[in-house]
Design a protein around this ligand. Structure first.
Ligand SMILES: [Zn+2]
Length: 340
């Protein structure tokens, strides 16, 4: 069975707000040394699912540190319940001075990231029996928090015979986007978007960090192993190999193996080969290179500057090097993957 993930990293709500001078808000997300994640679920989402989302976020915070205030809103398949949850969301925004009720109510119908779009993904999956899920980091920096929305995590919810380990991976992937966002100090959206780097890097690092970190935490017993379906959950090497097979199928029809786009047929490469590219960088420069070396430099040097400084080459040079790596036999490529 194929699980279609649409993992969205972009900032959904762009406003032309005037950026305050950086000194005025040195800690955009109010980062403390504690778990600051909050989970909100629609009334048709079970307590077990809610708990699983909370525990997985807590494990991600434990692994990578707090990224500040974070709200994770989970929609079930029921439309009425989704409307109710969006009212709760909007009351919260109005109470905190983030949005007017009117702006917020309009936003819930936004087809790209509005609450009802996430509700519909779950509803369609349940109605058709075809698994589909989507979760996204949908901005929030203008209000000083990470705003997430998610359709029903099918595995946690025990729906459609989906492995819950996939939901854990998705949450780790999404949480990594908050790590990236938290390292950026600029307030204007243009600069924030630029400092996320090209799509292959923004998504590839979320893929690689989620794949590798969950694998380690499962091995260490720090993340629950669900084993809720009959098929064994594939290990890191198996998961990464299937990504590489997709890369090999697609690369000839795409202009680049590491695309900087969320649009079109080749965008999937940003995730699949992007994930491999960042795993390659981690193998070469250390498992903690992103957290400890790269991200702390982004605010000062910009994305390309931080890339050069950390990896000792330009991103163009790296892309060429990675293309050569992509030509190697699969068994050779797999040697760069960590073992736990
Ligand atoms: Zn993503």
């Amino acid at each position: 069975m194929i699980l279609f993930f649409t993992l969205i990293a972009t900032t959904g709500l762009c406003q032309d707000d005037q950026a305050a001078p950086p000194a005025a808000r040195p800690n955009l997300f109010g980062i403390l040394q504690e778990n600051q994640t909050e989970v909100f679920v629609a009334s048709d989402v079970s307590e077990e699912t809610e708990q699983a989302v909370k525990e997985t976020l807590a494990a991600a915070v434990d692994a990578w540190g707090s990224t500040g205030r974070l709200e994770y809103w989970v929609l079930g398949p029921d439309r009425e319940a989704a409307l109710e949850l969006s009212e709760k969301f909007c009351k919260r925004r109005v109470a905190r001075g983030d949005m007017t009720m009117r702006e917020c109510m309009r936003d819930r119908f936004n087809k790209d990231h509005g609450f009802l779009s996430y509700q519909k993904i779950g509803a369609d999956a349940v109605a058709t029996g075809r698994p589909s899920m989507s979760a996204g980091h949908n901005g929030g920096s203008e209000w000083g928090f990470h705003r997430y929305s998610s359709s029903i995590p099918l595995g946690f919810a025990g729906l459609l015979d989906i492995a819950a380990e996939g939901d854990q991976l998705t949450i780790f992937h999404e949480y990594w986007h908050s790590v990236q966002q938290a390292s950026i100090k600029a307030e204007d959206h243009q600069t924030r978007r630029k400092q996320m780097g090209p799509v292959w890097f923004a998504e590839g690092s979320a893929v690689a960090m989620a794949e590798i970190t969950t694998e380690r935490l499962w091995a260490e017993g720090k993340l629950k192993k669900w084993n809720n379906v009959d098929r064994p959950w594939p290990n890191l090497e198996q998961r990464m190999k299937s990504k590489m097979r997709i890369v090999q199928q697609k690369r000839d029809e795409c202009d680049t193996i590491l695309p900087d786009t969320y649009e079109g047929e080749c965008a999937q490469l940003a995730y699949e080969s992007g994930g491999w590219a960042v795993a390659y960088l981690m193998n070469k420069h250390g498992a903690n290179v992103l957290l400890e070396s790269f991200h702390p430099k982004v605010a000062e040097l910009g994305w390309e500057g931080a890339f050069r400084e950390t990896f000792g080459q330009s991103s163009d040079e790296f892309i060429k090097e990675f293309e050569t790596f992509a030509d190697l036999p699969l068994a050779e490529q797999a040697k760069i993957l960590p073992k736990f």
